[in-house]
Design a protein around this ligand. Structure first.
Ligand SMILES: Nc1ncnc2c1ncn2[C@@H]1O[C@H](COP(=O)(O)OP(=O)(O)OP(=O)(O)O)[C@@H](O)[C@H]1O
Length: 251
């Protein structure tokens, strides 16, 4: 986390404002508004196809909104001066060059963002991949690729972090590691937006929750609020999304 913030009162804040993304006639994201604050792990929940990944892509400037806007630190991603230092993200663990080693993958990212090689080694150590730093990333298991993606997200020491289903493919040790990492990043004052379908894990990791369905906001609240009103986060989620499941199996 470095540099003088352009909007000090919005530092670390993700603002999604009346965001809509249409693909043809389908609305992947539909007039969606919510705010993610620093110092918390915010769980981003919703059924398959609810628009979570699309929203994250829009926040990261990887896609253009049909209308509305998504801001980080008060600015659109495309206008951030040193993006990797402000926002880190893991969206797709397979988005890497298979023939490149883990270290070279990070080095390539670091170089293009003015980050030194020592930092690449540091984040590999942090995610537990130092021992396989010189191995080709294409041969990594899904869990190892997730760890490499997390290392890439941490590379610029950003204050805002987005993780799309980082727990997928991780063994129980890795799942606990992710939980501790997310919580410690938030405890350092960073903003953590985390999507996952694992409700029991989310209940242990997040303290804020945003639930979406069919591209629209269902609820934006604390985990405490939901677990006081329902038996568990899972019960809350199932009750609140009951009318928004598009791809449920017949029962
Ligand atoms: N590039 C695209 N072109 C067309 N439709 C798309 C595109 N990207 C996403 N969609 C559609 O937008 C909707 C939202 O998809 P998205 O991947 O954002 O949902 P999600 O909540 O992340 O789902 P999951 O939990 O299954 O990962 C889906 O109906 C999807 O098919």
């Amino acid at each position: 986390m470095c540099g003088a913030p352009a909007f000090p009162d919005r530092e670390g804040v993700i603002e999604v404002k009346q965001l809509t993304k249409r693909y043809g006639r389908a609305r992947a994201v539909d007039d969606l508004s919510f705010t993610v604050q620093p110092g918390h792990v915010t769980g981003f929940l919703g059924p398959n196809g609810a628009g979570k990944s699309t929203t994250m892509r829009l926040i990261l400037g990887l896609d253009t909104p049909t209308s509305g806007e998504a801001l980080v630190n008060g600015r659109r991603y495309a206008t951030l001066g040193r993006p990797l230092h402000e926002v880190g993200a893991l969206l797709d663990a397979n988005a890497l060059h298979p023939a490149r080693s883990a270290y070279n993958h990070l080095l390539w990212m670091a170089r293009s963002n003015g980050i030194g090689p020592v930092r690449a080694a540091e984040v590999l150590e942090q995610v537990g991949l130092a021992g396989v730093a010189r191995k080709k990333a294409g041969g990594f298991s899904l869990g190892m690729k997730q760890r490499l993606g997390i290392a890439a997200a941490l590379l610029g020491d950003p204050g805002v972090l987005l993780f799309d289903e980082p727990v997928n493919g991780l063994d129980p040790d890795g799942v606990r590691w992710i939980r501790d990492l997310m919580r410690s990043l938030a405890a350092e004052g960073r903003t953590v937006l985390l999507s996952s379908h694992l409700m029991s894990e989310m209940a242990l990791t997040a303290d804020r929750i945003v639930i979406v369905g069919r591209g629209r906001l269902i609820v934006e609240t604390s985990v405490k609020d939901l677990t006081e009103r329902y038996d568990s986060l899972e019960s809350a989620y199932l009750a609140l999304t009951a009318g928004s499941v598009e791809y449920g199996a017949a029962r």
